[in-house]
Design a protein around this ligand. Structure first.
Ligand SMILES: Nc1ncnc2c1ncn2[C@@H]1O[C@H](COP(=O)(O)OP(=O)(O)OP(=O)(O)O)[C@@H](O)[C@H]1O
Length: 555
């Protein structure tokens, strides 16, 4: 091991400060929208002036001036729209980044609780929301400001124009609401179904040898294809429904044009308006209804975006860590389990009921029980990864469930049944990506007898260790063992630590266990053969799987 090897700094921590608030940018966008609406008013005003003024005076010069003014207004409106679009795109990017970090954290917590479908959807939902915010929907929403401006202008021209435009806008809005109501849930269900089937298929692909080797591919595809087809059918039906509503909307727009022209001609015949006013009204009525038509036209974007936002709010709520509690100064040192009851999800009986024991520093407890008795579930509750039905678990007074993870995590060492090594090098994994002293990581590897095995890897401690790094099962377990011992945690939990280790590694592990116990770590070992540890352990906890348990004190 080279002494110059440095552990890299932790890759990506959550930012301490929230990014600059979105409110000022949003306020500027609203101001720009007002300015855009003002430039928009020039079209009907100039039309009116051209028709009523120029026709009467026959002054062509004033027509050129009007045309120039119209061009300037058009250019100004276009520039302001461009500026607003750039600001909105930046805003979408910023909101997306902020949501992504929160969604990632919540996703991991929700996945730990077993809801992998919701967890898998969260990042997809962030992308969906970002697509909506980065698309035309925010500009369409801001353009809704033009409705009162246009309606006010029409009122000034004639209350009848106002009434026609109001009815048209309300009708189009009603069609939009109908489109949303009838299809949002259907599309959301289809998206969730698609995510589930995709996740299942990807899960099977990781079991490639089994699927191909045993000829299970047709069976896998047979299970996957109907679910995917159903999801696509559901989505297709919702989209057809939306297209039908879009057709209705187009029809409503034609009706609106006919109604405004008929109203104009009628008012002209009654000499209540000028020809210019009629033309201005025909232009203006579009401004009163166009934002609604746009929003309904982009129904799919905002409908999916809103559904995604709702799911993200839900996952953030469910993925919120429990409220932190301060350490209990009266608690004994080491591990104190108090009146703990745990139950598997949906199970009628608890796996373990009213469990209480103390494992002092330097104590070694072997956890035993038949397959499915609840050993892993109990370990998860002890580590604060799953909420028990009742009771609490304290480590040196710190509640393992309700203490901030950054505080309790370094006090714990854990070797799960699957090594769960993360993307990164061996040294990063052993050192828990904390950027600390490499010698501490190497000492942990030596302690569990992993140093020699790591030295035999092509790149030693710099070798990759993640899921695609190609480590053997035993090599991965050795690296995970070293990670569990890194930094002499106060409690080390090893789930079947000798599984997959050769004789030399087992002997080294036993030496390592003796050393950390001498240094004051408490150890909890899951073993199907507690007698194998009888010379080392000082108590055995046996689970019966029906809530009952017995604690045997060996010394
Ligand atoms: N997320 C879950 N959803 C439903 N049931 C679960 C869940 N997790 C655990 N169980 C059930 O709880 C029981 C205990 O499981 P656990 O994995 O804790 O057993 P174990 O003692 O570690 O088994 P083994 O020795 O086989 O590893 C089992 O019947 C299991 O099916």
């Amino acid at each position: 091991m080279s002494a110059t090897l440095r552990l890299p700094a932790p890759a990506s921590r959550l930012p301490r400060r929230a990014p600059a608030s979105v409110a000022p940018v949003l306020a500027v966008c609203i101001l720009l929208s007002v300015a855009i609406q003002a430039t928009m008013l020039t079209t009907p005003l100039l039309t009116m002036h051209a028709f009523d003024g120029v026709m009467e005076s026959h002054n062509l010069d004033s027509l050129w001036v009007l045309a120039l003014a119209f061009l300037i207004a058009l250019l100004l409106g276009g520039t302001l729209r461009h500026l607003r679009a750039a600001l909105l795109a930046g805003l979408a990017e910023r909101v997306g980044r902020r949501l992504q970090l929160g969604a990632l954290a919540a996703t991991v917590r929700v996945a730990l609780d077993g809801d992998r479908v919701a967890a898998g959807r969260a990042l997809q939902d962030v992308a969906e929301l970002r697509r909506m915010l980065g698309g035309s929907v925010p500009a369409d929403v801001l353009d809704l400001l033009s409705i009162p401006v246009a309606l006010g202008f029409l009122w000034l021209l004639h209350p009848l124009f106002f009434a026609v435009a109001l009815i048209a806008a309300l009708l189009q809005a009603a069609l939009g609401v109908l489109a949303d109501r009838t299809t949002r849930d259907v599309v959301s269900t289809a998206t969730t179904d698609e995510a589930r089937t995709r996740r299942d298929l990807v899960g099977r692909l990781t079991q490639r040898d089994m699927v191909l080797g045993l000829g299970l591919l047709p069976a896998v595809l047979g299970r996957f294809a109907p679910a995917q087809a159903q999801a696509m059918r559901t989505r297709g039906a919702a989209e057809r429904q939306a297209q039908a509503l879009a057709g209705l909307l187009e029809f409503a727009t034609f009706l609106q044009q006919i109604a405004i022209v008929c109203a104009g001609v009628w008012l002209l015949l009654r000499h209540e308006i000028s020809p210019g006013s009629m033309l201005a009204a025909a232009t203006m009525v579009n401004f009163a209804t166009r934002p609604v038509v746009h929003l309904v036209g982009h129904w799919r974007d905002w409908s999916l975006g809103i559904a995604a936002a709702r799911r993200l709010v839900d996952i953030a709520h469910r993925g919120r860590p429990p409220a932190a509690v301060p350490p209990d100064p009266a608690a004994p040192p080491g591990l104190a389990v108090q009146d703990l009851t745990i139950r598997a999800p949906g199970a009628p009986r608890p796996l373990v009921e009213d469990l209480s024991f103390i494992l002092p520093p330097g104590g070694i407890l072997v956890l035993a029980g038949r397959n499915g008795a609840g050993k892993t579930t109990l370990i998860r509750a002890l580590l604060g990864l799953a909420e028990p039905e009742a009771g609490r678990v304290l480590l040196d007074g710190h509640d393992t469930l309700r203490s901030p993870r950054a505080e309790i995590g370094p006090r714990l060492g854990y070797l799960p049944q699957e090594p769960q090594l993360l993307e990164g090098s061996v040294i990063e994994n052993v050192g828990r990506f904390a950027g600390g002293d490499t010698e501490v990581a190497v000492a942990a590897a030596r302690r569990v007898g992993a140093h020699a095995a790591i030295g035999r890897l092509p790149r030693g401690y710099e070798n990759g260790a993640g899921p695609d790094a190609g480590l053997s099962g035993g090599q991965s377990r050795l690296v995970a063992l070293a990670r569990a011992f890194h930094g002499a945690p106060r409690l080390i939990v090893l789930d079947e630590p000798e599984a997959g280790l050769d004789g030399a590694a087992r002997a080294a592990l036993r030496e390592g266990v003796a050393q950390v116990r001498a240094e004051g770590s408490a150890l909890l070992l899951v073993s199907h053969d507690p007698r194998a540890w009888s010379g080392t352990a000082d108590r055995v906890l046996r689970l019966h799987g029906d809530g009952a348990w017995e604690l045997e004190v060996l010394r």
